[in-house]
Design a protein around this ligand. Structure first.
Ligand code: SF4
Length: 304
């Protein structure tokens, strides 16, 4: 267990412990699209904006150009020396394995990366993709970020995820058996969920072999199905104080060795309908830590 004096094991310290230095992400868009929109015509997850969370500086189509621009951007901004290639947009495995392989070869030959992260859905990792992951795992520190969102099937259905909690458990188990680092994404505040739902999701994930996690508060974003739903029948969204309360409960249920890579969502102001917070990200982080210290609680103290 880490001996961190802070109330939770934040991403910066997790990466420092793992890589011996800060590591920064270079987002790469492979243009694979998303099976939940493109394949079954279901229209995608109700919270997801039309651009599938595309990184703002990722304009070039050629992978090598994206890598060059991304590395330059990160180097100028952070002066970093360690880099993680991050296939973030839409679903990073939604293509035949040989097409994925060609893209990953191009990424890895365009720059010396210390790690590669592929973001995908739990139901979009077939056998040829697992074989490809096994190959990549031999060459580079491989992470998979999995869009889990919640452990509750009723909510998964309501937000039109198109997969179940059992799919998430199976994907996590398979990836862990291959020695791949796993970081699920969850959303706190999904419609129809109460604090006990978030607690259950955290406890259930904490019992699985995950190494890190990204926690998002629900954002209602323009152009999404959820924005339409929210306009027709508004439902509660968390302000920063109420969110801190449920987030702290979530953190307390996560094992202390799990790296907390993210605790809230970033959405450009012009795209965000709700919630409108007064605190900026750094203020919220310091408020969160202060609340945890004041109440003498820490990550994992309600775990197990
Ligand atoms: S969140 Fe992911 S799976 Fe859902 S619609 Fe957006 S890109 Fe597709």
């Amino acid at each position: 267990m880490h001996t961190d004096p802070h109330p939770f094991y934040n991403g910066r310290r997790f990466m420092q412990d793992r890589y011996g230095a800060p590591i920064y992400r270079v987002a790469i868009d492979l243009g694979f699209g998303c099976p939940n929109r493109d394949e079954n015509g279901a229209g995608g997850c109700t919270f997801c904006p039309p651009d599938g969370s595309r990184a703002v500086f990722n304009k070039s189509a050629r992978i090598a150009d994206q890598v060059r621009e991304g590395v330059t951007f990160v180097r100028q901004r952070y002066g970093s020396v360690k880099f993680m290639a991050y296939v973030q947009t839409f679903t990073g495995t939604f293509a035949p394995a040989d097409q994925q392989k060609a893209c990953y070869e191009e990424i890895l030959s365009a720059h010396h990366f210390d790690a590669l992260t592929i973001a995908t859905r739990p139901d979009c990792i077939d056998r040829p993709t697992l074989d490809l992951f096994a190959e990549l795992r031999e060459r580079i520190d491989l992470w998979v970020e999995l869009g889990v969102q919640t452990s509750h099937n009723t909510t998964l259905q309501r937000i039109n995820r198109g997969h179940t909690w059992a799919d998430s458990v199976q994907a996590i188990t398979q990836l862990n058996n291959m020695g791949i680092t796993i970081a699920p994404h969850i959303i706190i505040g999904l419609p129809g969920e109460e604090p006990e739902h978030f607690s259950q999701t955290a406890s259930q994930l904490s019992a699985l072999p995950i190494q890190a996690i990204k926690i998002h508060n629900l954002h209602i974003i323009r152009g999404t199905q959820m924005a339409t739903e929210y306009a027709a029948t508004p439902f509660p969204v968390y302000d920063e104080h109420d969110y801190a309360e449920v987030l702290i409960d979530t953190l307390r249920r996560l094992r202390p060795d799990i790296g907390i890579l993210r605790v809230n969502t970033d959405t450009p102001k012009q795209e965000l309908i709700a919630p409108r917070w007064h605190m900026v990200k750094t203020q919220f982080l310091s408020y969160l830590e202060k609340q945890m210290r004041a109440t003498k609680v820490r990550q994992g103290d309600l775990c197990g």
